[in-house]
Write a protein that binds this ligand. Structure first.
Ligand code: 5CA
Length: 446
């Protein structure tokens, strides 16, 4: 993309309504604009990151054997009356009446709708297990929407629903989700720690939240420092292998890690003192196993081998896709702006022309730009007629992981600069070598 043709409304001044770094930077870098409290338009660069995260979530869900679909944002209230949650959900639910006087609502989550789809389509134990998921906008009329996309009223969420014949199957589904989530966050360059959680209005007694440590996080967390060293990495996972998924679940959930909601001081004190940590965290996902809570109230049953009918065992599993962008920026920024991990960067390489209009600089940039595009590196070429300082400031704010700087002086010696946004380290190399190096860097980035 050439910056002169793009839509990137960068703000020079720090917006006063934003109190945390990610919110400030998303506004300043032209990623989002507030439309009303807790509701945002996603400008092109914000949308690009959102799509990138969505793609990673889809790939990892499908790798785990989960089936993508799409449900609507507006739901009929009838199903929620059936499950009993229409009254329970309270003021967080946005209730709407259509022209025929029918009660509708903007879905805050989808347990009821998916259970209805399931009960009308599935009849036999033979059709199980199944996990269906979608990535869709949700609405929760939060009392205090704040911190930009972190606590929005409208937000983008992946929600998946597992259906199993028995508890053992449902626990395998639960563990499979935990493993696939670990992989999802790691791919995004994030350390998200699974912590034992409360189930809240979703219900059930088995739940874990995934927390990214950040000073601005809304949850207080307590953990054994050992959890910081755990990594799924690129180990081979067979998601159908219940024992393997259980093993990974045990590995990642045995060390103490809880939010203030489930914190147990006595248990925490069993952790050696020098490993006892407390901090703040951002909840970027949550998984639940709630058994037959919805299948029983809504009659989602299957016929078993002996002819009896049995309500299915269910779980629901969410990832806060839009919130993740805030969490990613909280975990990856400095005084100058965002520092995207390579896997989620909106543009993988920034190209800065120090002297727009200089024949040699323009030609070298065009050639590099074409090479980067051809290599699939999605460059952002700052081809504006601006001072070098302004171009660097914009690139630092936007946070492309790598920047190639081209100027007439360097070109006289046959070199351009390749700079890491994260470390600031710069090397001088030929334009061809800079391109080669970028291709190498991204070769392993999925
Ligand atoms: N039905 C279940 C799982 S599918 C559910 O709704 N879970 S949840 O309430 O925990 O939401 C899932 C994730 O959505 C959370 O972990 C969080 O990352 C994100 N989320 C929840 N509320 C908001 C909000 N107001 N703004 C942004 N993200 C949110």
């Amino acid at each position: 993309m050439r910056l002169t043709r793009y839509f990137l409304p960068i703000m020079k001044d720090t917006p006063s309504e934003a109190s945390i770094a990610s919110h400030r930077l998303m506004l300043r870098a032209g990623m989002i604009r507030q439309s009303s409290a807790g509701i945002y338009s996603w400008l092109p660069m914000g949308f690009k990151v959102l799509q990138r995260l969505e793609q990673i979530v889809h790939e990892e869900q499908m790798r785990a054997g989960h089936i993508p679909m799409l449900m609507p944002t507006l739901q009929s209230a009838d199903l929620w009356k059936e499950s009993g949650r229409y009254d329970d959900y309270g003021k967080e639910m946005l209730r709407i009446t259509d022209r025929h006087g029918r009660d509708m609502l903007y879905g805050p989550t989808n347990e009821e709708l998916i259970t209805d789809i399931f009960r009308n389509a599935v009849n036999s134990y033979k059709e199980l297990p199944k996990t269906l998921y979608h990535i869709q906008w949700k609405f929760r009329d939060e009392v205090r929407p704040r911190f930009g996309v972190m606590r929005g009223r409208e937000f983008y969420m992946k929600d998946g629903y597992s259906f199993d014949v028995d508890e053992a199957g449902a626990l395998h589904s639960y563990n499979r989700h935990l493993v696939s989530y670990l992989r999802t966050y790691e791919r995004m360059g994030l350390k998200a720690i699974p912590m034992k959680a409360d189930t809240g209005p979703i219900g059930g007694d088995h739940s874990h939240e995934f927390l990214v440590l950040a000073e601005t996080g809304e949850s207080e967390v307590f953990y054994d420092s050992q959890v910081m060293d755990m990594e799924l990495g690129d180990r081979e996972v067979d998601f159908d292998d219940a024992a393997q998924c259980q093993g990974i679940f045990d590995e990642f959930t045995t060390p103490y890690a809880r939010t203030d909601e489930t914190h147990d001081e006595a248990k925490f004190n069993d952790v050696p003192e020098d490993r006892r940590m407390s901090a703040r965290g951002i909840e970027v996902g949550q998984i639940f196993y709630f058994g037959t809570k919805y299948s029983e109230s809504m009659g989602a049953e299957v016929v078993m081998p002996d002819g009896s009918r049995k309500p299915v065992e269910m779980g629901s599993h969410g990832i806060g896709v839009s919130r993740l962008i805030g969490a990613l920026i909280e975990a990856n920024h400095d005084g100058k702006g965002i520092i995207w991990p390579e896997s989620v960067a909106p543009f993988r390489v920034g190209l800065v022309n120090l002297r727009q209009g200089d024949e040699a600089a323009d030609a070298a940039c065009e050639s590099l730009y074409a090479g980067l595009v051809k290599a699939g590196l999605d460059p952002l070429y700052d081809d504006r007629d601006e001072r070098a300082g302004a171009k660097f400031a914009s690139m630092d704010l936007i946070g492309c992981p790598w920047r190639i700087t081209v100027g007439p002086r360097g070109l006289k010696n046959g070199v351009v600069e390749l700079t890491s946004r994260r470390t600031g380290e710069t090397i001088e190399v030929s334009p061809e070598a800079a391109l080669e190096r970028c291709i190498e860097i991204y070769a392993d980035v999925q």
